[in-house]
Ligand binder design. Structure first.
Ligand code: S3P
Length: 169
């Protein structure tokens, strides 16, 4: 097995699916947001507040480049905005098999309506913001993906089974 990469909108379940998949496949799991927070010694919210989104996006590309040099046979979940850069989509393909966990905006809103850790959703109308961002992003996620998994209404067990069944051996 090569690397298994999970992409998708904030709140689609990448982190939890990644963790559970890592138990199932007995591989370790890496999360690009956590890697960046470790490297920067501060939270994503602090990075956005102090240095802005462009700085964070550059850190995401640097993180992917580092993973390509250093990681194999692992589960990698990536921040929701990472696949939006064309350069990053190419790097993702180089890094491994890409699964897009696709959720409807309503599902995302229900999961994240009380969340305070996503700077992009700290606005007056997060529901509308999710819809707008999803409209802009869905095509990019699809382009980046080898496999699309629709996750709405499914248990983590079901999602993991679907991923496992389609993982390249
Ligand atoms: C972002 C998603 C977040 C994090 C940052 C920006 C985005 O990651 O990278 O807040 O642009 O969608 P999760 O998808 O893990 O929430």
């Amino acid at each position: 097995m090569g690397n298994v990469i999970l992409i998708g909108f904030m709140g689609c379940g990448k982190t939890t699916v990644g963790l559970r998949l890592s138990y199932r496949l007995r591989q370790s799991v890496i999360d690009t947001d956590k890697e960046i927070e470790k490297e920067e010694k501060r939270t994503i919210s602090d990075i956005f507040a102090t240095d802005g989104e462009a700085y964070f996006r550059a850190a995401e590309t640097a993180c992917l480049q580092k993973l390509i040099r250093s990681v194999s046979n692992q589960i990698i979940s990536v921040g929701g905005g990472l696949p939006l850069r064309e350069e990053n989509r190419k790097l993702l393909h180089k890094l491994g098999q890409v699964f897009y966990l696709r959720a409807e905006p309503e599902t995302i809103y229900e999961r994240l309506k009380h969340d305070t850790t996503r700077p992009l959703l700290q606005c007056s109308d997060p529901k509308e913001k999710i819809r707008t961002l999803m409209g802009e992003r869905d095509g990019h996620y699809r382009n980046a993906a080898d496999v699309v998994i629709q996750v709405d209404g499914k248990s983590f067990e079901q999602i993991i089974n679907e991923i496992e069944a389609q993982t390249l051996k």
